[in-house]
Write a protein that binds this ligand. Sequence first.
Ligand code: NZQ
Ligand code: ZN
Length: 388
Amino acid sequence: MLGNFSYKNATKLYFGEDSLKYLNDELPKYGKNVVFIYGGGSIKKNGIYDEVKKILSENGKNVVEDTGVMPNPTSDKLREGVKIAREHKADLLLAVGGGSCCDYAKAVSVSVNCGEDPWEKYFVRFDEPTCEIVPVGCVLTMAGTGSEMNAGAVITDRETRQKTGHVFGDEVMPKFSILNPRFTMSLPKRQMVAGIYDIFNHICEQYFSGEDDNVSDRLAEALMKSVIRDSLVAVEDPYNYEARSNVMWAATWALNTLISCGKTTDWMVHMLGQAAGGFTDATHGMTLAAVSLPYYRYVMPYGLRKFRRFAVEVWGVEEKGKTDEQIASDGLDAMAEWMRTIGVTMSLSELGVTDDMIEGIADATFILDGGYKILTHDEVVAILRDSL
Ligand code: NZQ
Ligand code: ZN
């Protein structure tokens, strides 16, 4: 049975090969002062920077650049971004990049007009914004996080080694996002597959919770099947537009709250991955890939029916002559095989985690409910050790 819910999605999306031109429709809606946010320079190499700059100039915008947003944006960078946006009296924050740039823009947006320290306020105390929020627009260059159509922002504090996400309200979602699948084609393979695994895991986190057979779960299964199919094409043929466009669209739907409507969710893989990320600064999708199978194998007996269904519906596991446990376990084996085929990192050691870090990472892991088994601290330690 579906639980009660309300649903609204506040982001306007422009999708396709010619979608950047719609920036011309959006820019006039905002004042003159734009902060052009981007990362370490990939957009200068692939030409997106020049295209965006030209459109900003043709629209008569007064632009300041906020560059060097790193993967896993830090609290120090956030404070710097707030200062830049404040001094520029920003009317619009335009993020051009992956989830890191988009998340960062949202975190800046709620902090420009707020006197308190943004890390402490939003990522330690989880306060809600009470000050005026500066609008955010996004030109996405990497498919994975879903940040383009959600209200999440994840920030890392290097000093305390904490990586924390805050899911804000609708008012923090990008006002518009531009998704051109061709923009993702310059991604190195490692980043592409990290994004693909991130997508898949977002769907898993919303799927592996509850026993119901509802529309949200059915949508999740369809999305998972698409991601599996299109990822296999994309790793073989990265310039395949059909595959890359499907991956990009699946990423948006995987985390724009639709598939969690009316159901419980289990975000423990993200909690484990984020905690490991806080210690290592490793690529987000890879941290998830490293911890997910040990976690799912551990909780499988507690949610056997759903894992059995996952095996049959998503992976086409043959049921005949097998116990439910065997079917469910074959499903996770099929998932592992797919992960190896696309080439994600499947161990924390490869991401720089050493045994002496495990206790610290376990302490930094938020233990959430919603899953088939609420973990104890010792179980978190055991799963992390299993992921090494
Ligand atoms: O910085 P540049 O030079 O742009 O390079 C980036 C970066 O090094 C590069 N890249 C992006 N697009 C490219 C490209 N390189 C070549 N061509 C392109 N078209 O890829 C690298 C990774 O980019 P990043 O933005 O860090 O990756 P992603 O999109 O995976 O974002 C990761 C961040 O999002 C958070 C993660 O925790 C992490 O901090 N997440 C945000 C979520 C949300 N808002 O809901 C949910 C996710 O679960 C996730 O936690
Ligand atoms: Zn994620």
